[in-house]
Design a protein around this ligand. Structure first.
Ligand code: AMP
Length: 397
């Protein structure tokens, strides 16, 4: 089956066409600056050159129409006609407590995704626009919603409740949901395959370290805790997001700097994290790593604080699962930065492993970076959220 995977943001749209039998990507690309001046489609067919089409895209329907035209084009397309696309898999950020697994999209499902929108006001409406646009252009093609939150729905109450009045959970469903679930699910599954063991017998910690970053504890194949919360702001120090902090800091800064809640949230989401800690030096870990290796103070304190926080979460999740068999690194810097993996692992050697420094310097491929005598395994596993969405979609249609 040809599965079109769509990840729709407010002004951008990423896509991949995946053959679910061979699991190969036939074409992939990105629409940028939708409904903004300077919009363009970047399109790469498998084995072909990257192409850039600059054209106005007044809305997401026009953007998706351009994607479908490219996919079915006589010279650079990868399918003959639209009906060769068998199904569409949509990445949806928030499924609240309503969705604990992927689901075929119906009118009722769309209403339920809308109902979760106040939990993810920036993401769910954009995801819904992508669904509506695809339904308009491919009215008979089955579609599936795959939720970032779904994998974490197995967390026990003690892990997802906050220490605030219980009525807020009852009234507004304020609780930990967690994100990056598709990645945590995929990577923990790959960990079991790499170790040649059944996931149902393993305790795995997944560190998804990208611009957004989260850690999860996966016990016997089920998520039992994760670092992101009601929103993706909680947990690790991220590119521009603060992660955990004392909630009273909000009031303190608000009074000192005369800021309202919107301004504060903007600071915590966009000006904090490693960007803020490095004194606005960079949110990109390649820059920070370079600065750190050159001995720059702002980069050193930032890298240390980032790695310390990751190690602290790993320690907490060893406790949550009463042990761990494998710790997995994935996403942009988890897959690529041996320096960061090394700094995090320095805190964790009590778990009984030795890093193989040569293996740790490799990047972007599945590899066990510990010595053979290590009791706990440290694995690097490139994530593949699109493939995971395509698999879920193929399974349901
Ligand atoms: P993601 O959000 O998963 O795309 O990850 C983006 C982050 O990964 C950015 O902060 C990048 O700087 C970081 N990254 C990508 N490649 C490397 C690398 N070779 N070394 C360090 N960080 C990297």
């Amino acid at each position: 089956m040809n599965i079109l995977v769509i990840n729709c943001g407010s002004s951008s749209l990423k896509f991949q066409l995946i053959d679910s039998e061979t699991e190969k990507v036939s074409a992939k690309g990105l629409c940028e600056r939708i409904a903004i001046e300077g919009s363009r489609l970047v399109y790469t067919p498998a084995g072909g050159e990257k192409m850039i089409f600059e054209a106005p895209m007044a809305d997401h329907t026009i953007a998706i129409q351009m994607v479908l035209d490219a996919l079915t084009n006589d010279s650079y397309g990868v399918v003959k006609e639209l009906s060769d696309i068998d199904a569409v898999g949509h990445r949806i950020v928030h499924g609240g407590e309503l969705f604990s697994e992927a689901t075929v999209i119906t009118d009722e499902v769309i209403e339920a995704i809308k109902a979760c929108s106040d939990l993810a006001p920036l993401h769910n409406p954009a995801n819904l626009i992508g669904i509506e646009a695809c339904r308009k252009l491919m009215p008979t093609t089955p579609m599936v919603a795959v939720f970032d939150t779904a994998f974490h729905q197995t967390m026990p109450e003690e892990a997802y409740l906050y220490g605030i009045p219980y009525r807020y959970y009852e009234k507004y469903k304020i609780r930990r949901y967690g994100f990056h679930g598709t990645s945590h699910n995929y990577v923990s599954g790959r960990a079991a395959a790499m170790l040649g063991k059944d996931l149902a017998d393993l305790k795995v910690i997944v560190c998804h370290l990208g611009n957004g970053a989260s850690v999860s504890a996966v016990k016997n194949g089920k998520c039992v805790d994760t670092s992101m919360g009601l929103t993706p702001l909680e947990g690790l120090i991220m590119g521009t997001r603060s992660g955990d902090l004392d909630p009273a800091i909000l009031e303190f800064i608000a009074k000192k700097e005369n800021l309202d809640m919107d301004q504060l949230m903007n600071i915590l989401n966009k000006e904090s994290g490693v960007l803020g800690l490095s004194d606005q030096f960079s949110s990109d870990f390649r820059d920070l790593e370079e600065g750190y290796l050159q001995g720059k103070d702002n980069c050193t304190r930032t890298m240390k604080a980032f790695c310390y926080r990751v190690a602290k979460y790993v320690g907490a999740y060893v406790a949550a699962m009463n042990g761990v068999d494998a710790i997995c690194f994935t996403a942009g810097l988890g897959e690529n930065s041996g320096v960061i993996r090394g700094m995090i692992c320095e805190y964790l050697t009590y778990l009984g492993f030795t890093l193989d420094q040569e293996k740790n310097s490799m990047r972007g491929k599945e590899i066990d970076i510990t010595t053979p005598d290590s009791k706990t395994k440290i694995l690097v596993i490139p994530t593949n959220e699109e493939l995971a969405i395509a698999r879920e979609t193929a399974k349901l249609v």
